[in-house]
Design a protein around this ligand. Structure first.
Ligand SMILES: Cc1ncc(COP(=O)(O)O)c(C=O)c1O
Length: 466
């Protein structure tokens, strides 16, 4: 699809209508929308609108484009459709709910499924992390968790603990809190004057001279956690509220946690009364072959941010799971009335709770987290076959996540991976890229033959890329 139905001076289309084959104009123009009004997120808008890639349908492991091309979804949408697309139980639950009660406010009034959904989420969390606050996205979950950390310390009479520690290359969504603790420079620099003032960053743990071609957790890199001691000494622990990290950083290009690293962060934060927040927006709900990265790695944070797989992305939804003690402290400190001045019009939206209940039911009935764990070895072998392919300088993996790092073109970082992305799409495989790293994170229902197809196609495409 290369056309809008209206061409005016704002459009970027160069193709005049009369240059198109008659069958294309006849079959597609009637339904083709004007592309000029929509400002697309995290997108090269001008390039996209010159060559749009339009999805129309999704079922199981596949998308279908408006032109009818089948696309194997190697990224679970944006790391979120863990149970595969178009699951009937979820579709039915949402349809039933919208007919029965389309919306209910969550401030000072409730609906029963919001409590059921909280219990269902709590059941999948590490022991003790069973107080659940609903949001609508990962970004909202992150900002909510940071505010909870500040509220907790204030409730304990330590309101001076306001400093937050993130990590270089961390991605925590796009709220002001999230970009402040996040460590991806393009996401920060435009807004640098308006970021939260009391924030430090740990170093990231990625060093290909030491941990290239890691299968699972790299053996090297635990010592990066010692940097937290340095930051603590610099500011004094009594000023620090929380440390937030992704157990496995996805959006920044699949950075794996070195062995012992998260354990050390846990020990240091505990020693100084600092809260530890795991941003599990992509790692929770089976991505690594367990309910959470925390469960898999045996390190329990104080707060955990959730979104994406929580509703299989069928309705926007997110949550923060909180240790009971944190919740109870905040509630106990409030005299009467509202204890935490925070929430969203759509917290626990009835369609979201319907989607969450149906989704979590599927995960449990189909034992999908175990399925991910069972498929992980074949996934690992297939991914690492790309070692030695043109431009590849690293392959790393954990659970059903793989990162394939390419040497950047000297004059155009990111361009090589962008070309791989486009060529894979043309060959019917949807991958993602960040900089020059290709990220693979398929739905947990993937079959072994589809795993082979994904990595084989990437290999073939790499041979054609300069
Ligand atoms: C770790 C992490 N945190 C937060 C977010 C932001 O989530 P959302 O885009 O739903 O706001 C993402 C999104 O990819 C993420 O990977």
């Amino acid at each position: 699809m290369f056309l809008g139905d209206r061409a005016d001076e704002n459009d970027n289309f160069n193709l005049p209508l009369y240059s198109l084959p008659i069958e294309v104009t006849m079959t597609t123009l009637a339904n083709t929308p004007d592309l000029s009004n929509l400002w697309m997120p995290f997108t090269a808008n001008r390039q996209f609108k010159e060559h749009p890639r339009m999805l129309a349908k999704a079922k199981g492991m596949y998308y279908t484009t408006v032109d009818g091309q089948q696309i194997l979804d190697a990224t679970a949408g944006l790391w979120c459709v863990n149970a595969g697309h178009g699951r009937e139980e979820i579709v039915e639950a949402i349809s039933r709910q919208t007919a029965e009660m389309d919306y209910a406010p969550s401030f000072q009034i409730g609906h029963q499924d919001s409590f059921r959904a909280a219990s269902a989420v709590a059941k999948m969390m590490p022991a003790g992390m069973d107080r659940i606050f609903f949001t609508n996205s990962g970004s909202e979950s992150v900002d909510t968790s940071l505010k909870m950390a500040l509220a907790y310390h204030r409730a304990r009479g330590e309101g001076q603990r306001t400093r937050l520690i993130g990590r270089e290359r961390g991605y925590h969504g796009v709220g002001f809190g999230g970009i402040s603790v996040g460590g991806i420079s393009p996401n920060r620099r435009t807004f640098s004057g308006a970021l939260l003032p009391a924030v430090d960053h740990l170093p990231h743990t990625h060093d290909l001279s030491k941990n290239a071609y890691s299968r699972g957790q790299p053996a090297w890199g635990e010592h990066f956690a010692d940097e937290l001691e340095r930051i603590v000494a610099l500011h004094d622990p009594s000023t620090i509220a929380a440390v937030i990290v992704e157990p496995l950083a996805g959006s920044t290009g699949v950075l794996l946690p070195p062995k012992g690293y998260l354990e050390k962060l846990r020990a240091i934060t505990e020693k100084y009364g600092i809260l530890l927040i795991f941003d599990e927006v992509i790692t929770a709900f089976g991505r690594l072959g367990a309910a959470t990265a925390s469960e898999l790695l045996g390190v329990t944070p104080d707060l955990m941010t959730l979104a994406k797989g929580i509703s299989n992305a069928a309705v926007p939804a997110g949550a923060v799971a909180v240790k009971r003690e944190i919740h109870d402290t905040i509630l106990a400190a409030a005299a009467t009335g509202i204890e935490f001045f925070h929430g969203y019009t759509y917290s626990a939206h009835p369609l979201a709770t319907a989607a969450m209940l149906a989704t979590l039911g599927i995960y449990e009935r189909e034992n999908l987290f175990q399925r991910a764990a069972d498929m992980a070895p074949a996934f690992e072998v297939a991914a690492h076959k790309l070692q030695g392919a043109p431009h590849v300088i690293d392959v790393r993996n954990m659970g059903l996540v793989a990162g394939i790092e390419l040497t950047p073109r000297p004059d155009a970082p990111g361009a090589r991976a962008a070309e791989v992305f486009k060529k894979c799409f043309d060959k019917g495989i949807m991958v993602r890229y960040t900089g020059d790293i290709i990220a693979i994170s398929p739905p947990l229902i993937i079959e072994e033959s589809q795993i082979q197809e994904i990595f084989h196609t990437i290999g073939e495409v790499l041979k054609t890329v300069a």
